[in-house]
Design a protein around this ligand. Structure first.
Ligand code: ADP
Ligand code: ASP
Ligand code: MG
Length: 445
């Protein structure tokens, strides 16, 4: 392991010139930070996703392009419209217009990724210029040269071996010499086509690059000073957690704490790289360190909420005293690359939640499952996860939780598989209230 630190700056952190300047100051404070991984400026990816969807009328597309243009031009103007960079950004914006016109005629997943990747390509260009003007020279690096992925567009998976080899050969020598600025979220398939790692994927990119470069730490700079006991937008009493273990933070990310992309901690755990989460708006406020072990391991640590859950209940009389039914069901889901989150079973039925939205549960998948069983699909649900330590070992845990939920209709419960979580499904419209009540009862200040 070397001294190198990877710092990731999210969308709000690079929203405009002022926000980018705060990120530059963070980098300038620590000479060990040699790699900056950037998201697109706030709002840009949403605009690009809309442009890539291909559904819009020309007038609406023009409106979206105008909004995109305004964000980028705002930063360029603050930078004094340097000629070469202005021309380059113009070219990218023109390219986006052409690609979105093509998407309107014939949208495709590959085209989607090519379009949405432009946000990170622009923010990194602008940031390098901002650093140059501050007297902090940095080199721009196209991460697609090393972030090799499969070709599952919009949710591509990295090829870890290829990434590690390419990072050592191409990126490490640059980082040894100077600060390098690169893109989060994007990668390239083996045929060179641009891919993306899923929304919010820049956190994951930073951790993957940290792993490949054997970094001593990965810093995630965002708009909140750390990981909170729950989403501070949902519960105003939520507070930052100074230190949290990999296991707990992974559960939080998996079960909806948006502050970290769900896969972020996998590379960090593999290499035991500590991860810091802090606010680029208030770096002096400190933040959260995520490590292998922490001095304190409270029974209840945090709450996470994931909305838009799909509950699938499969019923088959053949399941009664039979074997092989579950294998068949999971075989079909695996074939379609659908992963299952929670699962409960009864004598003749199995209920499961899917980690992605309903879009993966296509008619084809439903028809295939329907050959083996009766299918019920329920929407409008939310998954609440209580995260902590030794929860499956300490007596009374369940009763404390369910006392606080006396008046709530709990649709499904998962408890016991991990000492770190207790999850349950509730109706979406009750979810915010459930989190607020549980926070007040189980995580009081
Ligand atoms: P970025 O653009 O920097 O990646 P995100 O919007 O993806 O930032 O993540 C930061 C947001 O995550 C916060 O503004 C907050 O509302 C939300 N969030 C959800 N759960 C938590 C939590 N437990 N702790 C802190 N922030 C959380
Ligand atoms: N820009 C991408 C998104 O908005 C990736 C990221 O910000 O992490 O999803
Ligand atoms: Mg994010």
């Amino acid at each position: 392991m070397n001294q190198l630190i990877v710092a990731k700056f999210g969308g709000t952190s690079v929203a405009d010139h002022q926000a980018m300047s705060r990120c530059a100051a963070i980098l300038e404070q620590n000479p060990h930070t040699r790699l900056a991984v950037l998201s697109a400026s706030s709002g840009v990816t949403n605009l690009l996703v809309a442009l890539a969807s291909g559904e819009h009328q020309p007038a609406h597309r023009a409106e979206l392009l105008q909004q995109l243009n305004d964000i980028q031009q705002g930063i360029l103007t603050s930078l004094g419209n340097p000629e070469m960079l202005s021309r380059h950004i113009e070219e990218i914006l023109h390219h986006i217009k052409e690609l979105s016109d093509s998407a309107a005629i014939s949208p495709s997943k590959a085209l989607n990724d090519e379009i949405v990747a432009q946000g990170e390509l622009m923010s990194t260009r602008l940031f390098v210029e901002l650093l140059r003007q501050r007297g902090t020279p940095a080199v721009w690096f196209d991460v697609r040269r090393i972030m090799h992925t499969d070709d599952r567009f919009s949710r591509a998976a990295p090829d870890l071996g290829a990434l590690a080899r390419a990072a050592v050969a191409e990126l490490q020598p640059l980082c040894e010499k100077q600060l390098v600025v690169t893109q989060g979220f994007i990668g390239a398939a083996s045929d060179g086509r641009t891919t993306t790692l899923g929304r919010g994927g820049s956190d994951f990119s930073a951790a993957l690059l940290g792993e490949a470069l054997e970094a001593s730490a990965v810093e995630i700079w965002t708009d909140v000073p750390g990981i909170y006991t729950t989403d501070p937008r949902l519960v105003t009493e939520a507070r930052a957690i100074p230190e949290i273990s990999f296991s707990e933070a992974s559960e939080m990310a998996t079960f909806g704490a948006k502050v970290l992309h769900p896969a972020t901690l996998q590379p960090a755990v593999r290499r035991q790289i500590p991860v810091f989460v802090g606010s680029s708006k208030a770096p002096e406020a400190g933040g959260t360190w995520i490590r292998n072990a922490t001095p304190q391991a409270p029974l209840f640590r945090a709450l996470a909420l994931r909305r838009n859950q799909v509950l699938l209940t499969l019923t088959s009389l053949n399941m009664f005293q039979a074997h092989g039914f579950l294998a068949e069901v999971f075989g079909i889901l695996a074939k379609h690359k659908i992963s299952v989150d929670l699962i409960t079973t009864s004598e003749v039925s199995v209920s499961l939640t899917l980690d992605a939205g309903a879009e993966l549960l296509t008619d084809e998948v439903q028809a295939e499952l329907g050959k083996h069983c009766h299918l019920k699909v329920e929407h409008g649900l939310a998954l609440v996860a209580l995260i902590g330590n030794r929860m499956s070992e300490v007596s009374g845990t369940g009763s404390r939780v369910f006392q606080a939920l006396e008046n709530v209709n709990i649709r499904m419960i998962c408890y016991g598989a991990s000492p770190h979580n207790l999850c349950f499904l509730v109706n979406d419209d009750a979810a915010a209230g459930v989190v607020q009540d549980l926070h007040q009862t189980l995580l009081p200040a």
